[in-house]
Design a protein around this ligand. Structure first.
Ligand code: BYC
Length: 332
């Protein structure tokens, strides 16, 4: 077990049990009326136990995605082509960890401790985004992540920042400002490769081909399969369905890839102008479920790195949390 020495309480099981007992119809109706009116729910407000549980699951998974998401790009800091790209990548990776911090804080307002969340990540109990279980093989992978994965994240986060839970919305708003900057640096690296030498274009095309399916998976399973969407949309935690977000992403970004003369590895991909919906070959959903349940190419490696970081950072957390045990220095 990870013994972080954080100051937060263990998940407040008593509070959750009490809420379950008090999910009375009148309270639930008043809660849902507030949400329908567009009011924000704040940590001290009454909320149904299921709303709390779902928010913890979603925000916690999002926080884990940010800190695990720093790993594939992080491996390229030492190899980034040139000082300017290196500086930008260092700043981006640092921002992603900061997003994790904001999101863990938001999830803690719902009663689950940071320590419990980290334990659930390290034990494999909690999920994190499918996309970070693939390797970043070349510099072009970093460009594809920075451009298209950050773009996909922005589509999701700009929508959900208008949702019902105050602390999550405020965290998302701030994250979106930084993500927009990440998108610009990703787009810049992407354009440079797309307009570079034939070898650079080939490298970018190869990265696009490998990342296309994970990116299609990023928005979650199709609406007809998604288990949580209906309730989360009713409660305005998710502001659009998985398929609608995927469609929004395709609408905004496929033309930007095609205009550079690059291709996407799906011959069926086209916009149906009559319906406004994109048509595509269904990505392999068996692979998606395999990857999010621990069977992707890099799942084991990602968790191993996090475990290493937790173990080697323990002395720092201890020193920060128990200042009384610190050796005192003689007065000057
Ligand atoms: N990956 O009922 P559904 C970033 C799971 S990081 C893994 O549709 P839901 C960045 C889902 O958990 C930003 N698992 O789920 C960082 C559920 O399993 P459980 C990442 C997924 O939650 C560094 C099952 O599939 N963004 O941008 O209603 C560098 C059924 O799905 C995924 C967020 O985390 C997935 N992609 O909707 C660069 C946004 N999709 O829990 C960039 C917050 C689904 O029942 N999350 N599952 O066992 C969300 O908005 C929602 O969780 C999703 C899925 C739209 C992703």
């Amino acid at each position: 077990m990870y013994g972080g020495g954080y100051i937060f309480d263990e998940p407040n099981k008593k509070q959750l049990r009490e809420e379950e007992q008090h999910d009375e119809p009148e309270k639930l109706a008043a809660f849902e009326e507030r949400i329908a009116k567009g009011e924000k729910i704040e940590p001290g407000d009454w909320m149904p136990a299921e709303y709390r549980r779902q928010l913890i699951r979603l925000i916690e998974q999002h926080a884990h995605s940010e800190i695990i998401g720093a790993l594939p790009e992080g491996t390229w800091i030492t190899r980034a082509p040139g000082f300017k790209r290196k500086l930008a990548l260092i700043a981006k990776v640092q921002d992603e960890i900061g997003h994790g911090q904001l999101l863990y804080n938001a999830a803690e307002t719902l009663g689950k401790s940071r320590e419990a969340m980290i334990n659930d990540l390290l034990s494999g109990k909690s999920k994190y985004s499918n996309v970070f279980n693939y390797p970043a093989e070349t510099w072009a992978d970093v460009a594809v992540i920075g451009f298209l994965i950050d773009a996909a994240a922005i589509v999701n986060q700009v929508a959900n920042a208008k949702g019902s839970y105050g602390p999550y919305c405020r965290a998302l708003e701030r994250i979106c400002y930084e993500e927009s900057f990440h998108l610009k640096q990703g787009h810049d690296a992407f354009i440079e490769l797309a307009t570079g030498t034939p070898a650079q274009r080939d490298m970018l095309q190869d990265a696009l081909n490998r990342w296309w399916q994970p990116i299609m998976h990023f928005f979650g399973p199709p609406d007809k399969v998604s288990s949580h969407s209906e309730k989360l949309m009713q409660w305005k935690v998710k502001m659009a369905s998985n398929d609608d977000m995927r469609n929004q992403f395709l609408d905004a970004y496929v033309p930007k890839v095609w205009e550079l003369g690059l291709t996407l590895p799906d011959p069926a991909l086209r916009k149906n102008e009559a319906t406004g919906r994109w048509e595509y070959t269904d990505p392999d959903w068996d692979e998606f479920f395999r990857v999010i349940n621990g069977g992707g190419p890099c799942n084991a490696e990602r968790l191993q790195v996090r475990k290493w970081a937790e173990e080697h950072g323990r002395w720092v957390r201890k020193a920060l949390m128990r200042p009384a045990e610190r050796k005192t220095f003689p007065a000057a």
